[in-house]
Write a new protein. Structure first.
Length: 279
């Protein structure tokens, strides 16, 4: 098995929304905001190469998204899905599986591109696109709180292409990859635990979007059930520190991965590293 970091650029989100009840006087030291209170975040994905499978975990927001979203979230940066894949010797047609942890736009719309007529078509035409049935239902019939995070008309293109599968109904069939469901951020978000030789790499998705969010009270205001996130994160971190997991962060603008340690203040990050240091 080989793992590759796939960088897809950066975007901006409101600092208060990303840090929840944590006072600005504290979080602005961690991720300084601009004049509009917006902080920079990464859209970092993971590529898993295991035997004859090449699975991309999340896709970022991509380049084919409504202008209103570009104005609101300011995507920028030189890296794209195609460029990052090419750095490792791959192309979109090589991808066998796209695993979508959840269907908020910044995690999945990169799976689609312009078909030439300003309609969405698959960026990874040979890939099975995996999601959860529960999360798909949330995207198709969103609640008022999450509605702006789902782009139903884009996502339906995956279904219409016949490339959508639900993990509850069909086996992923990757024995070195374990799925864990979370319900605080959104309905049935999926985290991955990847077993590579003697190491476990945990893909944190939006449970812990950056290493700053390891502290229990640092819960995003976007979460639909913040107290559930608090409980889920505590259980997740206890398991991770006990079993020496390496955490992989999707939105941390600087840090790709870290290990954990116990302190008098609780579980905190220990060693900060890049994924290539693990391989």
């Amino acid at each position: 098995m080989k793992l590759y970091t796939i960088d897809t650029g950066f975007f901006k989100l409101d600092g208060g929304a990303m840090f929840g009840v944590v006072p600005k006087t504290m979080w602005q030291k961690l991720n300084p905001p601009d004049e509009n209170n917006m902080c920079t975040w990464a859209m970092r994905c993971l590529l898993i190469q295991d035997k004859n499978r090449l699975m991309l975990v999340d896709t970022g927001m991509g380049d084919f998204i409504d202008d209103i979203y570009k104005k609101r979230y300011h995507p920028f940066g030189e890296e794209t899905l195609e460029k990052s894949l090419a750095k490792h010797g791959f192309s979109p047609t090589d991808i066998t599986d796209v695993f979508l942890t959840h269907l908020h736009f910044d995690h999945c719309i990169g799976a689609l591109k312009n078909d030439g007529n300003h309609q969405p078509t698959l960026r990874f035409p040979n890939a099975t696109h995996w999601t959860s049935a529960t999360q798909w239902q949330s995207a198709m019939q969103p609640n008022a709180r999450e509605k702006a995070s789902y782009l139903k008309e884009y996502l339906e293109a995956i279904q219409h292409a016949g490339k959508l599968k639900y993990v509850e109904k069909e086996e992923l069939n990757m024995p070195n990859v374990e799925i864990e469901f979370m319900y605080g951020h959104t309905e049935a978000m999926m985290l991955l635990h990847i077993y590579k030789e003697k190491q476990t790499i945990s893909y944190c998705a939006d449970l812990i979007p950056s290493h700053h969010h390891i502290k229990l009270p640092y819960v995003m205001a976007y979460d639909i059930r913040p107290l559930d996130t608090l409980r889920e994160k505590a259980i997740f971190l206890e398991k991770a520190v006990t079993n020496n997991h390496i955490l992989f962060f999707e939105h941390d603008k600087e840090v790709e991965c870290c290990t954990l340690k116990r302190t008098e203040k609780g579980i905190e990050f220990d060693r900060l590293m890049k994924l290539e240091e693990i391989n």
